[in-house]
Design a protein around this ligand. Structure first.
Ligand code: HEC
Length: 228
């Protein structure tokens, strides 16, 4: 009897020791910094680990920048469309599709220019080309858009640059044929992104303000950014 009691309480001590140790481990900065948990802090740290460019954190909210990097670089693949083309999206010897270890090319990172071809098909229709999302000299992302403009774009798909109006007559190479609405961004997955929370959109915006400016082609190209 005495032995059994001893064994039972021994087991209880062991169980509580495990619980206490696990709790301590989960709260320890070492485990959080590894970024492999399922909480916001892990996403933030992972975001910093995977950002392919140096980040300017001056005046920024660090947690938002980290989370934004996680969303842009691990979830929404913004650079998969907003880099210039498949052959320069990755650095030399860093193209995973060539069987090489992945290295994103910082010189095209989120600078736009990927040509999705004539839309909605062959014909005298405009090419849909991804835009430059990097901040200009104002420090605001995607060429100086404010946060409220950014939210409007991501929620409604409005094309504030009016690059391809809806055709009112014959196709002329610049307009989109109805029922496509030329006032809206095409190809860009805003009908999916518009489901994000305000906090996630804020984080993406904060991250896009922290990445380096890419100048792009000369003005008046819509892809041009004044970096200084
Ligand atoms: C499937 C490809 C694709 C992905 C993924 C994608 N985009 Fe786009 N995006 C585009 C294209 C193409 C355009 C321009 C569409 C047009 O001209 O009609 C665009 C336009 C935009 C614009 C409008 C820019 C401006 O100056 O008005 C913003 C903002 C934007 N994208 C942000 C993002 C962000 C942020 C992500 C990731 C969360 C993202 N995009 C992911 C293809 C994509």
């Amino acid at each position: 009897m005495a032995t059994r009691q001893l064994v039972t309480s021994g087991a209880a001590v062991l169980v509580s020791a495990v619980i206490v140790t696990t709790g301590m481990l989960m709260n320890s900065p070492a485990v959080q910094a590894r970024g492999d948990g399922d909480d916001q802090e892990s996403r933030i740290e992972r975001g910093f680990d995977i950002a392919p460019v140096p980040l300017n954190l001056a005046g920024k909210n660090r947690a938002l920048v980290g989370l934004g990097s996680y969303l842009v670089n691990a979830v929404a693949d913004c650079n998969g469309c907003h880099s210039s083309d498949p052959s320069t999206e990755f650095a030399p010897a860093g193209n995973p599709y060539f069987g090489q270890p992945t290295t994103i090319n910082p010189s095209t990172y989120l600078g736009g220019g990927r040509d999705f071809g004539p839309f909605p098909g062959p014909g005298p229709f405009p090419h849909i080309i991804s835009r430059n999302l990097t901040p200009d000299k104002s420090g605001l992302p995607e060429g100086g858009h404010t946060f409220s403009e950014f939210v409007q774009i991501m929620r409604s798909g409005v094309d504030m640059d009016h690059l391809h109006p809806t055709c009112t007559g014959a196709a002329n190479g610049n307009c989109l044929p109805p029922p496509f609405d030329g006032a809206l961004l095409q190809v860009m997955p805003w009908p999916i992104h518009h489901n994000m929370t305000d906090h996630d959109l804020r984080a993406i915006y904060e991250y896009l303000s922290a990445i380096p400016c890419i100048e792009g082609p000369p003005a008046p190209s819509v892809l041009h950014n004044d970096c200084q």
